[in-house]
Design a protein around this ligand. Structure first.
Ligand code: ZN
Length: 314
């Protein structure tokens, strides 16, 4: 089958303030801003991408900062927790670093794995999970060593209006394995090394309300765009409605809602973030796709100025 996904490509969320988001993800959590561009569907707002040193699929979190947006509410039809993988033994470091920044943390556990739960400045629920991985990031910010730095996503929890339907989508269409189950969660595993553990909540919560501090959609890895027609047919056969293929410049995308109201995206691993910037320059300047270049001056004017967090590629 040509409809398999190895794991998460990126997760996109809504926030209020671009600078606050840059400071938190780029400085406190130590991720690299790999691209500053605009929302292609609404170019009056930024679209900020953070990840490892090059924004490898499975490490990418993206934000749409919308200054006037209301506070959202996490619930059914959304990603519940965005989970990052950190090296074993690093959670106490992160607990200290977050608390120094005034971020309250809760030590917790799911399926025997220790994790630290907290909210970003907009109330987005984020988790750091200790898990072995051979991957280390090559992006470094002051105060975070390579043995502590976030590797990429651990995975995510999904709050579905139809938990079994969401599980079927991930197992039967995406090829995830059903790993284990407790009273609260069904754990699924994709074949990637990170961004591959998905916990689907078995109980149905009240519907989520979109807004600041909530995830807009979760994107899954597809090697390239070659098999999109097969994917679209397979999604259609499940009674779901895939969009046409959309050009996102750094990847190509197809979107659809599952039976549990969750908005999914399929996103290609290629071409990636180095098509319009050298590796050392990633994220430094506003990048626009060719079809928006002619509107650069207007777009620039509508966007608040931002200060890019500092870090080192080594
Ligand atoms: Zn997306």
């Amino acid at each position: 089958m040509n409809t398999q996904s190895t794991g998460i490509h990126h997760i996109s969320s809504m926030v209020k303030d671009p600078q606050r988001t840059l400071d938190f993800y780029g400085q406190v959590l130590g991720l690299r801003l790999v691209k500053q561009t605009v929302n292609y569907d609404d170019p009056g707002m930024y679209h900020l991408y953070f990840g490892d040193e090059v924004g490898t699929p499975g490490t990418i979190i993206t934000f749409f900062p919308i200054p006037g947006i209301g506070q959202g509410q996490v619930g059914s039809g959304q990603v519940g927790v965005t989970a990052y993988l950190v090296p074993p033994g690093s959670l106490s470091f992160w607990e200290g670093r977050l608390q120094e920044q005034g971020v309250q943390t809760v030590a917790t556990e799911r399926f025997g794995e220790a994790s630290l739960l907290f909210e970003d400045p907009d109330g987005l629920v984020v988790e750091l999970v200790e898990r072995d991985s051979s991957k280390r990031t090559k992006w470094h910010v002051a105060g975070v060593s390579g043995e502590e730095a976030i590797v990429g996503f651990a995975g995510a929890t999904l709050l579905s209006k139809d938990p079994e339907g969401t599980v079927r989508l991930l197992t039967e269409l995406f090829g995830f394995e059903r790993l284990e189950e407790d009273e609260e969660w069904i754990r699924l595993k994709g074949s990637a090394d990170y961004g591959n553990i998905i916990d689907v909540k078995k109980t149905v919560l009240p519907n989520g309300v979109p807004g600041a501090g909530t995830v807009h959609h979760i994107a899954w890895r597809v090697a390239d765009g070659e098999h999109y027609a097969t994917w679209q047919d397979a999604i259609f056969d499940l009674g779901l409605r895939p969009t046409e293929v959309r050009e996102r410049n750094y990847f190509q995308s197809v979107y659809f809602h599952d039976t549990g109201r969750i908005l999914h995206e399929l996103a290609t691993d290629v071409p990636g973030f180095q098509i319009d910037e050298e590796i050392e320059e990633l994220g430094q300047e506003l990048q626009l796709p060719s079809w928006l270049e002619k509107e650069r001056a207007q777009i620039r004017q509508s966007l608040p100025p931002i200060v890019i967090p500092k870090g080192e590629h080594k």
